[in-house]
Design a protein around this ligand. Structure first.
Ligand code: NCD
Length: 305
């Protein structure tokens, strides 16, 4: 009963033992061990920001195991457009469902939602802050492909300043024995508080603006999109847009076994020719959103222990 009623807001709230447990359960769920697991689950998807994979995989996750969902996919179609506060929306919706997934452009929004919800809240991304369910499916994919999370050399490439996926992922990886490579344009470096977090966890990391001397080392290259919508100034975005492009030529700079991941959507960071290579695992990664989200929904609603 350890997870029943728990909110999933930040990777910071999870211990290594929690993550290992969730990943092990996700393997069982993926293997089909729990049919109809979510038959009593009614999920509310409150998405105040665009989403394809996160929202649709939450919805597919719950329906494929017998549950149901409702919600909205943008704030224009909710009373947020009339000026309703997030807390009032959540105070209402909490009476319609038994779990809430919320995505919002403001950092801290999921935490605020959890303060007024009477059901578990799962953070589906809050601004540049956190995206814990993405991280869990990323870790699940790495473990599935490489056998373990320990002993790996992992490069995070692209927008390390605004990308919530890499913020959550770096924090989670700090619970394992990994070597990190943070590769970004200078103005998109990992913010200080995440770097301090890694230092406090004794994780060794190398920062670089180029993949050139690092690529051959990597077990995993995690590519991210430059988060255009989070730039205050579009000229700043133009300076770094298209900074990195993973093409078939880039593969020569990587190890033959380097796995390429991306939370998606991609804009131009990875060319479509790379999709057909053995290195590319980003669509499998996206598909793992189903078992991992099914597991989380099961755990927080108490359907799974
Ligand atoms: C990411 C997000 O929304 O943070 N997408 C996702 O959830 N798979 C990454 C992004 O938008 O670049």
């Amino acid at each position: 009963m350890k997870y029943k009623g728990r909110h999933i807001i930040s990777v910071r709230d999870l211990q290594r033992s929690d993550i290992d447990y969730i990943l092990d359960k996700s393997s069982e769920v993926k293997a089909g061990k729990y049919s109809n697991l979510l038959k009593d689950t009614v999920l509310a998807c409150l998405f105040f920001e665009p989403s394809t994979r996160t929202r649709l995989s939450f919805e597919a996750a719950v329906t494929r195991l017998g549950g149901s969902f409702f919600g909205f996919a943008n704030s224009d179609s909710s009373s947020a457009s009339k000026g309703e506060t997030l807390k009032d929306t959540v105070k209402t919706v909490t009476g319609y469902c038994n779990v809430i997934a919320v995505r919002h452009p403001l950092e801290g929004a999921a935490r605020a939602a959890s303060e007024v919800a009477r059901v578990p809240v799962i953070n589906a991304g809050d601004g540049s802050n956190q995206h814990p369910t993405q991280t869990l499916l990323d870790l699940f994919t790495i473990k599935e492909k490489l056998g373990s999370l320990d002993g790996l050399k992992i490069g995070l490439l692209g927008d390390l300043k605004y990308g919530r996926t890499v913020h959550s992922l770096a924090m989670a990886l700090s619970l394992y024995n990994v070597q990190l490579y943070l590769i970004s344009p200078r103005i998109l470096q990992m913010p200080d508080h995440y770097r301090s977090y890694l230092q406090r966890a004794n994780i060794s990391f190398v920062e670089s603006e180029s993949l050139d001397d690092i690529g051959k080392e990597l077990d995993v290259l995690y590519v991210t999109r430059i988060q255009r919508e989070r730039f205050g100034d579009s000229q700043e975005y133009e300076k770094v847009a298209g900074s990195y492009r993973v093409t078939p030529d880039t593969l020569d700079k990587l190890n033959s076994h380097t796995r390429i991941m991306h939370p998606l959507p991609r804009v131009d960071e990875i060319s479509a020719e790379v999709d057909e290579t053995e290195n590319a695992i980003y669509f499998e990664q996206a598909h793992n959103g189903i078992p991992v989200r099914q597991t989380l929904l099961g755990l927080v609603t108490g359907a799974l222990e």
